[in-house]
Design a protein around this ligand. Structure first.
Ligand code: SAM
Length: 262
């Protein structure tokens, strides 16, 4: 759910404090400066603490050289005590099994998996990339606003959607004319043919991302089509592995002549 920079941990409060005292001061100090603001949060797993208990645990950290001002509404730095009381709600221990303390870095965005779910997507194919994996791939590609991202095996554009969500302009190509033009047989049950607006552009529109759509073209990615040079900030793709989606190539004239000769 969240990422923290771990400063210390232990199986008891004493172990946690000892571990924190061993954390290098030069790594802590940049976040504890007198001109900064901060707050300390406490997260417990499988137990609810009273406000008084929480404050007591936070106050026990006063040995850390916090020099900044507390700001509960809009702090520059957020620190967190995490306490793990196990998994069994019928057998919650008095003291936690493990305690952690760290600097909060970021929260996850798991809600995106649901809101971009392929199940509710306008245009899908047999191998539409799952929303969660698409976001992981766009993150690996370090996609950021105003990048240009290309997918050479674009299919229904699953990877363009996650890249556009992060503010990149997106384009792709695919050997399959029907996929690029949103034609042919539908993938959904109870539907024979793809509807008039089942295409990559409509997918991006569904999520309010149409302005990031550059274009998609029909092309064989085993052949070079782009001029040399830095055209794209990232190429993010899901090639055909030959299981659910076959790898195809356009035949060259030479090959056609050869097979005719045979
Ligand atoms: C695994 S699918 C990609 C699915 C896509 N990520 C999506 O979300 O819909 C692979 C795609 O590669 C295409 N393909 C196969 N051979 C190709 C080739 N030589 N050049 C370009 N595309 C090709 C297939 O038509 C298919 O759409």
């Amino acid at each position: 759910r969240s990422i923290f920079e771990l400063w210390g941990h232990g199986r008891s409060a004493g172990e946690l404090y000892a571990s924190l005292k061993n954390y290098p001061m030069d790594k802590m100090l940049p976040y504890l400066q007198s001109d900064s603001t901060y707050k300390v949060r406490i997260h417990t797993f499988n137990k609810t603490l009273t406000q008084v208990q929480k404050i007591k645990k936070i106050d026990a950290l006063e040995f850390l050289p916090f020099k900044g001002k507390v700001n509960l509404k809009n702090p520059e730095h957020i620190f967190c005590i995490l306490e793990d009381y196990g998994m069994d709600p019928n057998n919650v221990p008095e003291e936690p099994f493990h305690l952690y303390f760290g600097r909060w870095i970021a929260d996850g965005q798991r809600e995106l998996i649901e809101s971009y779910s392929v199940k509710k997507r306008h245009f899908i194919g047999n191998t539409s990339m799952d929303a969660c994996l698409s976001f992981i791939m766009a993150n690996h590609g370090r996609v950021k606003p105003n990048d240009v991202v290309y997918d050479p095996f674009v299919g229904t554009g699953g990877l363009l959607i996650s890249s556009a969500h992060f503010g990149a302009y997106v384009c792709g190509s695919d050997i399959d004319y029907n996929t690029i033009h949103g034609l042919g047989k539908a993938t959904r049950k109870n539907q024979k043919w793809r509807g008039p607006d089942e295409n990559i552009r409509a997918n991006l529109r569904q999520y309010g991302l149409e302005k990031y759509y550059l274009d998609a073209l029909v092309s064989d990615s085993s052949r070079p089509i782009w001029r040399k040079g830095m055209l794209f900030d990232a190429i993010i793709t899901d090639p055909p592995y030959g299981i659910r989606e076959a790898t195809r190539r356009t035949a060259s004239q030479k090959e056609t002549v050869k097979s005719a000769e045979r």
